[in-house]
Design a protein around this ligand. Structure first.
Ligand SMILES: Cc1ncc(COP(=O)(O)O)c(C=O)c1O
Length: 463
């Protein structure tokens, strides 16, 4: 795969920021893009002359940076061919095979299972299972039990919904991948929140769509910018309810005004995780054609791997037809257990939300104590906060943090064009003592960076 000079320049973003000579900063940024997988293994980089022109830099700077990368094993060169991306032999994944038990994982933002509640839900599901034994068990729409339970979940939130408008998937990510297949053609434009959920970016990029980022800033969503982008986009993807990664919640006034000219997918994965504000109105209440997706992965447990799409039956029919290329349905027992959880309203347990709120407070206190220069606004809900460092250290921190016993998701994974190099996403889904320990380790990693150390870990898988 050849990568154009403009694509590399976009990924590099503001590479000139920071101390040291330009060639060193350039090789450092390119190394991080390689470690992070944004410059994939085997990809052919542009020639030195082209890249220098795209970066408005000198050919000597680019040539020196390339030679450094060759010396350290990150690029392979052959006479008269483009340099290709490789990894040095001593590279270390953030998650070594066998998983280092003592490493604290801050890359995945999801809670552990509520054990007793899950046991009870599965016990009921097993009792109900024989109802399904007379049929073959392949069901592209999902079981009636879960479709009805999801429809009731929307009704409780004030949005009239019938089971005909629900299709069950294996998680919200699967819902997104199915919709990307059905709704997008190559080169279509997709409006995204910026930052946004990285696996959504992946689903749209894999559908060969072009991304149209609209900033979500500390003051929220900009209705005018969204409307303008909506006029040229083929699809919009928004996370209005306790947005991943920032934890922000779109205000009701914005929800009521927002009218986008393009089809809109609303990701409601965090909708039941309101900590400081009332539960938000579903965006589809004000956008009747919106396609909503959701799951219980964050409100109960990701291991259930059940989710859904709420849409007009005509869209669900297209999804159902596209589905067999990926899978032939979602496992029945998990669907029955999820229906029990939704019917018992186990996605908004006050005790679980109180615990989440306490963990969020622990995280903010630990940051104030150990990383006082880091700015971390209080998220209104969800499971993550979006921390801003004074310097663009995020990718370097992610590459070194496992040496200090913690893995993190670097800011640029949540955006396009090399943005968010000063940010990291921090989840508060672990017990308070682990959160405090993780932040102490992160502070040690940052001090090591300041002393000039470099890391060589590739990123951990995130969720
Ligand atoms: C915004 C958002 N959408 C979708 C997903 C995927 O959810 P699921 O586990 O249901 O596939 C996640 C999980 O992290 C998420 O944060």
């Amino acid at each position: 795969m050849k990568i154009s000079s403009h694509a590399v320049a976009r990924m590099l973003g503001s590479w000139r920021e920071g101390p040291g000579p330009a060639h060193q900063r350039l090789s450092d940024r390119l190394r991080l893009l390689i470690l992070d997988g944004r410059l994939p293994l085997g990809a052919a980089l542009p020639g030195e002359r082209d890249l220098a022109a795209a970066l408005d830099s000198s050919r000597t700077t680019v040539g020196t940076a390339f030679r450094t990368l060759v010396e350290h094993g990150y690029l392979a060169t052959q006479a008269r061919t483009r340099a290709t991306v490789r990894l040095p032999d001593d590279i270390r994944p953030a998650y070594p095979a066998g998983t280092d038990k003592d490493t604290i994982d801050l890359s995945v933002a999801a809670p552990a299972a509520p054990v007793e509640i899950l046991h009870a839900a599965f016990a009921t599901a097993l009792e109900q299972l024989p109802r399904h034994f007379e049929r073959h068990g392949y069901d592209r729409h999902g079981t009636a039990e879960l479709r009805e339970a999801v429809a009731r979940w929307y009704q409780r939130r004030g949005l009239p919904t019938s089971a005909d408008h629900i299709l069950i998937t294996s998680g919200a990510q699967h819902a997104l991948a199915l919709l990307a297949r059905v709704l997008l053609s190559p080169r279509d434009r997709v409006l995204i929140d910026h930052p946004t959920y990285p696996h959504a970016i992946k689903a749209f990029v894999d559908a060969r769509a072009r991304l149209l980022p609209v900033a979500v800033t500390p003051s929220g969503w900009d209705t005018e910018q969204l409307r303008a982008a909506g006029r040229v986009a083929n699809l919009a993807y928004l996370i209005p309810d306790f947005h991943n990664p920032t934890g922000m919640c779109m205000p009701t006034s914005t929800r009521r005004q927002l009218r986008l000219a393009c089809p809109t997918v609303v990701d409601e994965t965090m909708a039941d995780l309101a900590l400081d504000v009332p539960s938000p109105e579903p965006l589809a209440l004000h956008m009747p054609a919106a396609i909503s997706i959701g799951s219980v992965s964050k409100s109960v447990w990701g291991g259930l791997r059940t989710g859904w799409i709420r849409a007009l039956p005509s869209i669900l029919e297209r999804v159902e037809q596209a589905r067999p290329a990926l899978d032939l349905g979602t496992p029945v027992v998990e669907q029955l257990a999820t229906a029990v959880l939704l019917n018992d309203d186990q996605t908004r347990r006050p005790d679980a939300l109180r615990q989440l709120g306490a963990q969020r407070d622990t995280l903010r206190q630990a940051l104030a104590e150990h990383l006082p220069d880091v700015h971390a606004p209080q998220p209104a809900g969800g499971v993550t906060l979006w921390a801003t460092f004074p310097e663009p250290v995020s990718s370097r921190l992610a590459a070194i943090a496992p040496d200090h016993g913690v893995t993190i998701a670097a800011g640029p994974r949540f955006g396009v064009g090399g943005a968010f190099e000063r940010n990291i996403r921090l989840p508060y889904t672990l017990p308070p003592s682990r959160i405090a320990q993780a932040i102490r380790r992160l502070a040690r990693a940052e001090q090591a960076l300041v002393r000039g150390a470099t890391g060589t870990h590739t990123p951990a898988p995130l969720a």
